[in-house]
Ligand binder design. Structure first.
Ligand SMILES: [Mn+2]
Length: 277
């Protein structure tokens, strides 16, 4: 059995199929850890979601900002923007099935994998882990968001998730603002301060940090109190590089013309497929 962690797919269906073909992915024994942003911006969102749904038993998937935005559009909470490319799913007769499935995905996945007799813990989220969160904070905040997303206040959460503020835990004035900040940590974070203050405007390279900010993974992360390997996507400009042995950037910008990548967790080997179309 092998476990493959895969970066932002964003409708790059041909590349996903090619990558799975290259690693000889077997549904009877292999599993995929997929960091989210399954759809949008790329050419084949419907094919992607249909295929991933069909192999859902093999997948651990965390929600990305594009997945949440799609849910909000599908539920008519938010208008589709000109750059959204998921109109094929919006018109599909199975849309309700896909939306229900997405609503039940998690904001994190954590598990232990036995490698050469040693047990190693891996954690997957879409954007990363803010410096001030312990493992318990992360799990509690993730489970809280999932419960709401699946429950009667789902639409309220989706309606209120948009926005860059508050950008610090000390600045929220309501529960909805606290939840928005946590969604931004899980799905949109790149640069922040050690205390968790976010700067969501900059999307550039790690060494291009706005004054006073650093990439989240360059801080002393509280979650590293115990050994853990963090897997995340969302940040194509990193081109897969963090400079950290135990923090892996999975988004290698396939939708922007670069490549789709998979990390085999058992031996740290990276597989890639260049953009096809
Ligand atoms: Mn993203």
């Amino acid at each position: 059995m092998s476990s493959y962690a895969i970066g932002d797919i964003q409708g790059c269906y041909d590349e996903l199929k090619s990558l799975l073909n290259e690693v000889n992915f077997q549904t009877d024994k292999d599993e995929l850890w997929i960091c989210g942003d399954l759809i949008n911006r790329g050419p084949k969102s419907l094919e992607c979601i249909n295929f991933l749904y069909s192999i859902r038993e093999n997948c651990h998937i965390t929600l990305g900002n594009h997945d949440l935005h799609f849910i909000a559009v599908a539920k008519k909470i938010r208008d589709k923007s000109n750059s959204d490319t998921f109109q094929d799913i919006l018109k599909d007769p199975l849309i309700e099935k896909y939306v229900d499935w997405l609503l039940n995905l998690s904001f994190h996945h954590i598990d232990k994998i036995k490698i050469n007799g040693e047990v190693k813990t891996f954690l997957l989220t879409h954007a990363g882990v803010p410096p001030h969160w312990t493992k318990e904070d992360l799990i509690n905040n993730s489970l809280e968001l999932s419960e709401i997303l699946k429950g009667p206040n789902s639409e309220k959460l989706l309606r209120n998730m948009y926005g860059d503020k508050p950008n610090h835990p000390s600045e929220y004035n309501s529960n909805q603002e606290r939840l928005r900040l946590n969604i931004n940590y899980f799905t949109r974070m790149r640069f922040c301060k050690k205390d968790g203050s976010l700067n969501l405007k900059y999307k550039g390279k790690a060494n291009d940090a706005p004054k006073g900010f650093m990439p989240w993974f360059e801080h002393d992360l509280k979650i590293f109190e115990n050994p853990i390997h963090i897997l995340f996507g969302h940040w194509a400009a990193l081109e897969g590089l963090t400079g950290k042995r135990n923090v892996t950037a999975l988004d290698t910008g396939c939708v922007w013309g670069n490549k789709l990548s998979a990390l085999r967790l058992e031996d740290n080997r990276i597989f890639s497929c260049n953009k096809i179309n």
